[in-house]
Structures are given as structure tokens and as C-alpha cells.
Design a protein. Structure first.
Lengths: 200, 200
């Protein structure tokens, strides 16, 4: 592709380094910014830079944070005895969005995946174990994706957490609420029968 | 959505102002940048800013340009007597990519669309007419999208260009090369029969 301007080419190349964005989309976004007023691009560039250079990871739960501790860890309203283990900040956001959880989080920063060369040492597992020793954690909820990597990671964590004597649980798996039995995949439906819940 | 950090929220909001990017994708891109090294975000922000603040429009053809005249207008290899009228820079790039055109361009900067409130006065039509008067243009090729807006714009331009006596043509429309007659839509197929081309 011949670009009419070197500056356009640079912008397209940089944008297309983002995941899921190819050269064509990058060009569309570039041309969109060119059409808009200059302050929009300036605000975007500033927001990206501030986000990357000024945020850090919460020293306790490894969630993204503006300061030393994240909003959740520093809130007196949250229950520190309930710890929810998730893969990344996206999962924290998803669970926060439900307003059903009042405990704190621990962000692993990844998932065990031999194919991608990610082992337990690459994840925030040591700090999870030391939190359980230091803080008064009563229960650890494993909220990992129901995939092979998620199950592997959950299995590894269970093995590591067992000696601490903490209660370990996992989020419920089954047919989604509002879903249709007919269209549920057979693995989910099969597991939802095996792990059926008795009416109290 | 509750974001763990104000800086993240700002970045997500700014990214999601781009067309075709919602809050979820914006968050995904933000988290991607957070995972990568700081220089990547810095380079991206710089490239966006440089692209927006340092590029301008070619004073002759309104294509995007690093200087007063774009690479195409300033090239001695291009034929200035052949003028291809397109909607925006993307179309210039698409035609350049074919390596089949050796003339110069005129970028309208939009298309006549009463629904979106875009009229002839919003487009670079006056400068097109004055170019035909000033430069030695022999033929104007209308390379507009085969849509209602494109046809309206082409009709308007034909009316305006007729008094100048310049030769006016349009890009050929028909069944795409490599396409299958069976799967061509009926409008395209119908038009390709009506505007059939005789073997010489």
C-alpha cells in the first residue's frame, strides 16, 4: 500500500499493532481522526499516555490502580476475608458490574498455559499465598474461565491452597440464566446435570 | 461500569469515541497497552498527534499531504490531463493500489447526501471546476461508489462539468472479476447486461 503521507503511514502502523485491528481498520480510524477537530486526537493521545505512564498495579491485589492500593482494597466497605481470584482486570470489572460480590480480589495476571509458555511462576501466585498467611482470609473463590487453561490453573491453585486450610470454592457452572436448554452445548448441559443443586 | 482507575476510564472513553469501537473493545485495547512496554503507547500517542497536527490537505487535489502539494500532484510522472474524482483519501489509496492509473486525483471530501445534510457546497466542487479551467484537463473520471448518494453526486457533477466541454467518464460497473454469476446480486447482473460491452 502506498500512503500519500509518511505521517499517515506511521499512525496506521502504530494503530494496527493493537489486537484485532488490521491495516484497513487502522486507516479508517486514522482518516476519522483527520476529519475530526484537533483537540479530539490530542485528548486521545494524552489519555493513552496518562493511562500507560501513571497507572500502576495495586500492591495488594495486582489490580490496576491510580495509587498504591486500588479503590477496592482501600475501601473499608469490602470484606477482606473473602478473596476472589481472577485472571485479569477485565474479570474484576465483570464481577463488579454484577454488584453481587462484596469481598476483595486477587488478580493472577494470566492463566497457566503450556502452549503459550505461561507457567505458575509467571502469575501472582506467591503473593496470593502470602496474603492468605498475612491477612485473615476465610474463603478463596476461584473465578477462572471454564476452559482447559482455567481448569488447569484452578487445579494447581487448589493443590497450593489446600495446606493453608482456607475454604476454597469456585463459581457455579451450568446453563446460563435466560438461556434455552435446547441450545445449550452438550458439555455445559451434561455438567449442569452432574452438578445439579438440590432444592433446600 | 465501575473502573478501578480514573485514568483507565478516561482512556476507555476516548478510545470508544472512535467509529466501530465500543466500550468493551476500548477496554480490551486499553488493557493490551497496559500489558505492553511503555514505549509502545508513547509511540502510538506521538504518531496520532503528529498525524493530526502536522498533515494537511494538498492545496491542489485535497488529498492528505505532508507538504503544500501531495506526492501525487508534485510527481512529474503523473499525467495532469487525466483527473480522477473520488470521495476521500481511502479511495485514492484503493486506486493507487491497483497501479492502473497514472493521472491525478481530486478528492471531494464527501458525497452529496440530503439525509446527512451534506450538500454540494460542503464538497470540494468549486476547486474542481477551477482546476479544469486553469489546468489542461482533458478527461474527468468519476470514481464514486455505486450507491444512491454516489449516483446523485455523479449526476450533479456531470451537470456542472458539461459546460466546460471536458470529457467525462465513470468507472465500469458490472460483475466483479473472479465473481460468480450465480451469486451476483440482480441489480449488478441486470446492469451488466444493459451496459454490455461489444468485443472489438
Amino acid at each position: 500500500m502506498n500512503y500519500p503521507s509518511q505521517l499517515i503511514e506511521n499512525a496506521v502502523n502504530e494503530i494496527s499493532k493493537l489486537p484485532g485491528i488490521g491495516k484497513k481498520t487502522a486507516l479508517r480510524l486514522t482518516l476519522h481522526l483527520l476529519k475530526r477537530e484537533e483537540p479530539q486526537t490530542r485528548t486521545l493521545a494524552d489519555a493513552l499516555l496518562a493511562m500507560r505512564t501513571q497507572t500502576r498495579f495495586c500492591s495488594r491485589c495486582h489490580n490496576i490502580s491510580d495509587g498504591e492500593l486500588c479503590n477496592i482494597c482501600s475501601s473499608p466497605k469490602r470484606d477482606p476475608s473473602l478473596l476472589c481470584v481472577v485472571v485479569d482486570t477485565r474479570d474484576v470489572l465483570a464481577i463488579e458490574n454484577t454488584s453481587q460480590f462484596n469481598g476483595t480480589y486477587h488478580v493472577l495476571g494470566g492463566i497457566i498455559s503450556p502452549l503459550e509458555g505461561i507457567g505458575p511462576a509467571d502469575l501472582n501466585i506467591e503473593s496470593l499465598l502470602s496474603r492468605i498467611g498475612d491477612e485473615e482470609v476465610k474463603e478463596v473463590i476461584l473465578a477462572l474461565n471454564p476452559t482447559m487453561e482455567g481448569d488447569t490453573t484452578a487445579f494447581y491453585l487448589q493443590k497450593k491452597l489446600k495446606p493453608t486450610g482456607v475454604r476454597i470454592s469456585t463459581i457455579a457452572r451450568g446453563v446460563p440464566i435466560g438461556g434455552d436448554l435446547e441450545y445449550a452445548d452438550e458439555v455445559t448441559l451434561g455438567r449442569s446435570i452432574v452438578s445439579r443443586v438440590a432444592y433446600d
